[in-house]
Design a binder for this molecule. Sequence first.
Ligand code: ADP
Ligand code: MG
Length: 322
Amino acid sequence: MALGEFDLIARYFQRPGHQLAQRVVLGIGDDCALLQPAQGQQLAVSSDMLVEGRHFFSDVDPMALGHKALAVNLSDLAACGASPLAFTLALALPTADATWLGGFTKGLFALADAHGCDLIGGDTTRGPLNICITVFGQVPSNTALLRSGARAGDEIWVSGTLGDARLALQARLGRIAVPDYALESAQQRLDWPTPRVALGQALRGLASAAIDLSDGLAGDLGHLLRASGVGATLHADAVSGLLACPWMPASERLDHVLSGGDDYELLFTAAPQEHERVLGAARQSGVAVTRIGSIEDQAGLRLTDAQGQPIKAQLSSFDHFL
Ligand code: ADP
Ligand code: MG
């Protein structure tokens, strides 16, 4: 690299002039960072890696990539109801390209600052482009939202809309032709996901279980159901209605939304008597939530139409090793 490793870290990641939060006792520059969580809180820790050609195209806007690399990690904190504290960044770069680094850090730090989440360390090496972020959050002891808490009778909720990111991905892969007017907003959802951090925190003590939707509704709900030892029935119309894009034919919506991916919305369950409080938490967090079904004792995932009749759908989801 024309720019040395340490110059690069100092110039792009250390942010001279930036005031670190008080809980960051020590930031970038020593062998370890030191982080002081508040009294009575547990640390919530999560890592997500983005690999070129696997999670993003090589021509992606570096600013969007910086945003997304942190957003997918904040989404995991959101799913646990944790509030962000700080993050580390392990980065393999083919070259020290000033334009790329400038764009990447602009997108990264805009989202970091919006959540008061400081970069406190990391590692930088030459190699095929690979971005790994570890995020640290805090959550009042024993209040974290888990996948394992869903119980028969609970309502199943989803925040925001689903399926647009997958629409953009499939259009890019040439698998479907999407008109321009629909593509723009879909592309925005793929490149600039919004982690539902405020909603996750508002659901503490309210939701019985939660997971963030990264690999598709059917698959991620499956994880939650297995962890909780329960099953579910979803209302097909409610699921199809989650797709924001007005363009897709009605007959294709259900399968598309179920197998989605890259949405970074929250899927959660709550007892029916909490229905109004769930709606209140969503309003307070500035995101809509939709009830899409119910938890049942019988294992497995079922779908019903508007008349309550069972219907068949392809229940697939994204798996990196399939
Ligand atoms: P070490 O050799 O102890 O692993 P390094 O020399 O790799 O430390 O890094 C020097 C300092 O810069 C450390 O504090 C490390 O956390 C920080 N750092 C390295 N790469 C990054 C990065 N991409 N983002 C933020 N901090 C980084
Ligand atoms: Mg190192």
